[in-house]
Design a protein around this ligand. Sequence first.
Ligand code: PLP
Length: 430
Amino acid sequence: MNIEKSRRAFAEASKIMPGGVNSPVRAFKNVGGDPLFIKKGKGQYITDIDDNTYIDYVMSWGPLILGHADDHVIHALQTAAERGTSYGAPTELETQLAELVQKIVPSMEMMRMVSSGTEATMSAIRLARGFTHRDKIVKFIGNYHGHSDSLLVDAGSGMATFGINTSPGVPAEFAYDTYTVPYNDVAAISELFANHGDEIACIIVEPVAGNMGVIPGTLEFLKTLRQLTTDNGALLIFDEVMSGFRAGYHGVQGLTGITPDLTTLGKVIGGGLPVGSFGGRQDIMEQITPSGRIYHAGTLSGNPLAMTAGITTIDQLDPEQYVAMDRKVTRLVDGIKAMADKHHVPVTVHHVGTMWSYFFNAGPVNNFADVQQSDVAFFAKFYWQLLAQGIYTAPSQYETNFLSTKHTDYDIDRTIAGFDAAFDATLAED
Ligand SMILES: *Cc1c(COP(=O)(O)O)cnc(C)c1O
């Protein structure tokens, strides 16, 4: 595999951007070696600047549920761009996207559009604090909710990849106001509420965790969160920035029937452009400026290009596609498990809807401590063998892989065969 141009591009980028990247996991540190620089993508494929083409399961870390450069999305964007890229005034597109989202995620009685998942969760937390007049929040170890101060404690994704508990620069008071509890631990969260229930503004949770690999929240766990928050006057926030339009058409709230007070979305709802959203109960959302006093704003919030990509993406989705994608992902992870078994490599595979991951770990994997038992050294070596087979997956044991509507059964077969070959090659190295 020739990646000379990527190597040179990374060296150049590293002179002007810290670590050579604009978001840490992109730097491939968890798997060693230099990251691939990408020049184009189409459908399920991406091509790097050395002209290697891969089946892509990163999908821009989730947003591209229709794959790269979907014809309808690109056409709609071209048309929209000719009318101007931003006005800083209301457009009908914002209402259109909000109505589309609300039809599919009905608990979002009202919502606001923002430009990233980080902004969505940060704003939802402020809203929960302002609404309840309480400061404390609860999050789960290994869940990631973007990089705002209150939420950068025991977080997943890049924080997990680089083994950081909290970031320098986050004032101690912020960490002090954030309680962290192990994921899927009903006893621990119940005990916290027994002792501090009347101080807690909200629980924020990834109802299917995706930032420590895929780990589904158990139904018992999620029901407990709903009950504890209701009983104690706290709000329940489902952070579905990743799981929205991914775990299922209606998100995890659709799969479980559990209704949060607030929901945050991002990734898919922007169709590859920068969009996030937070919303929920009308009586809570109306507390936001200018109808209420809790501040939220954004120069590019509801940007017409971003709204257009979101609308055109969601318009093309329907529940049947999720059945088809789920079937393919099931076949894929079953195939991966079979190949690992054939090579006597301990593996645990998880998937929910279009999200999937493989842990080099005999399992069970139900929380962050379990993920940490995975063989990350094997993961790193295996990762490069998988790339050599033309398969581009998330370059960290603590991240999720994604399917798009464009991946075919043939891609799944090729990927399973690629895993087989990559196991062979990795074990031959030892
Ligand atoms: C990606 C993600 C975020 C942050 O979104 P950004 O757009 O990267 O700011 C927040 N929460 C969850 C669950 C995510 O997966």
